[in-house]
Design a protein around this ligand. Structure first.
Ligand SMILES: Cc1cc2nc3c(=O)[nH]c(=O)nc-3n(C[C@H](O)[C@H](O)[C@H](O)COP(=O)(O)O)c2cc1C
Length: 188
């Protein structure tokens, strides 16, 4: 049974991003494990927590509770990441999650000063919805794609976006239907 990791950075109860991500999940075969970032309420690394983590790394105690998110991410077969388009990017909870999973020796390592990936997943699917146009894909999806390529060793990243949902007079259902249709026709 494949392990599907659902990294859920959606916040609103009626989140449209989550709805689309759930449609993606329904198209995948495997067991879904969700990390709900709202519930996890992770904290950004501080001097204390960073020092603690560096000590764990130097003592080779990588099985500590503090590093569990990195292990979970590394061990997933496929990753679905859902994040609304906030402030031209994504919610801070997702950036904080990335601080927690970017652990050298778990999700990636270095050889000759070059990072290489240690993650099992071959594919990461990034889902977002936006109130207006997404001016630069590089600030949200592009950043995650770069992490996948440079750090995690995940070669196949997919991007699903629905834009302009909050514009005056927007045909929200029409735009969402286009997104749903795209997902139904995708091959994962
Ligand atoms: C805190 C916050 C920041 C947002 N920033 C942007 C933005 O920079 N550009 C934009 O087009 N829409 C922005 N929006 C609108 C959301 O992108 C849009 O409503 C999106 O569909 C929300 O996703 P959801 O339905 O999954 O919550 C923002 C909304 C919130 C609540």
């Amino acid at each position: 049974m494949k392990k599907i990791l659902f990294v859920n950075a959606c916040v609103r109860k009626e989140s449209r991003t989550r709805e689309l991500a759930e449609l993606v999940l329904s198209r995948l075969d495997g067991e879904v494990e969700e990390v709900n970032l709202e519930k996890e309420a992770l904290k950004p690394l501080t001097r204390r927590t960073l020092n603690k983590r560096m000590k764990l790394q130097s003592d080779n105690k990588l099985d500590d509770e503090m590093i569990k998110y990195a292990h979970q991410f590394r061990d997933a077969d496929i990753i679905v990441m859902a994040a609304p388009y906030w402030d031209l990017s994504f919610p801070a909870s997702l950036k904080t999650y990335i601080e927690h999973i970017n652990v050298v020796g778990v999700t990636f390592a270095y050889a000759d000063d070059e990072p290489y990936g240690m993650c099992r997943a071959q594919q990461l699917i990034y889902v977002t919805t936006a109130g207006g146009p997404i001016y630069s894909d590089e600030l949200g999806y592009g950043y995650i794609r770069e992490l996948c390529e440079k750090f995690y060793g995940i070669k196949d990243t997919r991007y699903i976006k629905v834009e302009n949902l909050d514009l005056y007079g927007a045909d929200v259902e029409g735009l969402m239907n286009e997104g749903r249709e795209k997902i139904r026709n995708m091959e994962f």
